[in-house]
Design a protein around this ligand. Structure first.
Ligand code: GLY
Length: 310
């Protein structure tokens, strides 16, 4: 039994491991762990307190995948709900579809009995006004609501890697079943409707009991372009070790140098429960893990497979 996570994952990892110890499934553990991070208000990359889109409101993305069945549920660009991971789980368990976005996802959440959040971030109006003033050179935040060329400002969005973004969880339960989950508010100040890798199945997360699982944080565009999480699991299927597969997944992204911005961290776990992290930057990155016989989670450095282009 093990849970591994990134980026404030330590906030929810104890609860996830406790769930496994009570005999709950890897899917339960993922939802329980990520729900904690989704309401951990100091984290500006996950939940309704995450950095908003360029119009000033957060749009949340999440994904959950059950490695036992390869069932999956994902939601993107959801506004007004505290727990996109739970909506994603309902998509996985109740719907024939696997991916809902925006008003469709919100409608489904309401039909499933999720309450609209009453959370109002007390600091966000000032953070938004400051960003608009300092980065976009616009004094009145209202002005931006009416601009006809918003796309010209989208390059001023904050690289999610720098914003410290997104949480990934991977769990393996007592039966050996593996589940992966991802939740994020995405790239800070993104264009409205932008989806990163987090809700995109095979890019932000992928799990297959037979081989293992992987999940990504950082610049989602890179992970989408290579199908990063799925790649790592496929490389394990082809016989690579966990470390070789993770490094190869990072190299795939390093080969993308057109319009390149930012970088990606991958966390990965194989079917035996071995686990690791790696980044495309020269920082090693890290992950946190906890097994059923540990009293406290432990942080471990990852590997670095840096981008060498210009
Ligand atoms: N990896 C998070 C995002 O690109 O939104």
């Amino acid at each position: 039994m093990i849970v591994m996570a990134t980026n404030n994952g330590d906030v929810g990892i104890r609860q996830a491991v406790a769930a496994l110890k009570e005999g709950k499934t890897a899917v339960d553990a993922i939802e329980i762990g990520i729900r904690e991070v989704e309401v951990h208000r100091p984290d500006r990359s996950v939940g309704l307190h995450g950095y908003p889109n360029i119009l000033g409101y957060p749009q949340l993305d999440a994904l959950i995948m059950d490695g036992r069945t390869r069932d999956v549920g994902a939601v993107g660009a959801v506004t007004g709900y505290d727990h996109p991971i739970s909506i994603a789980r309902c998509v996985m368990e109740k719907l024939i579809h696997v991916f809902l976005v925006a008003d469709g996802a919100e409608r489904f959440a309401s039909e499933m009995g999720f309450e609209k959040s009453t959370y109002v971030d007390p600091e966000m109006p000032e953070i938004y006004a400051k960003h608009v003033r300092e980065q976009l050179g616009i004094d009145d935040p209202e002005e931006i609501q009416h601009t006809k060329e918003l796309w010209k400002l989208s390059h001023l969005a904050v690289d999610p890697q720098k914003a410290g973004g997104t949480t990934n969880f991977i769990a393996q339960d007592g039966k050996g079943d593996i589940c992966v989950g991802v939740s994020t508010s995405g790239w800070g100040w993104k264009y409205p409707g932008r989806l990163g890798d987090s809700p995109v199945i095979s890019a932000g997360g992928f799990a297959d009991n037979r081989y293992g699982a992987a999940a990504c944080t950082g610049t989602g565009e890179l992970a989408i372009r290579t199908g990063a999480a799925r790649n790592v699991v496929t490389y394990m299927k082809m016989g690579m070790s966990l470390e070789e597969a993770t490094a190869e997944g990072l190299r795939d992204m390093n080969e993308l140098d057109s319009q390149r911005v930012g970088g990606v961290q991958i966390i990965s776990l194989d079917a035996s429960g071995a686990h690791m992290a790696g980044t495309t930057s020269d920082r090693k990155g890290s992950h946190v893990f906890m097994t059923a016989d540990m009293d406290e989670p432990e942080f471990v450095d990852g590997i670095s497979v840096p981008y060498e282009g210009s």
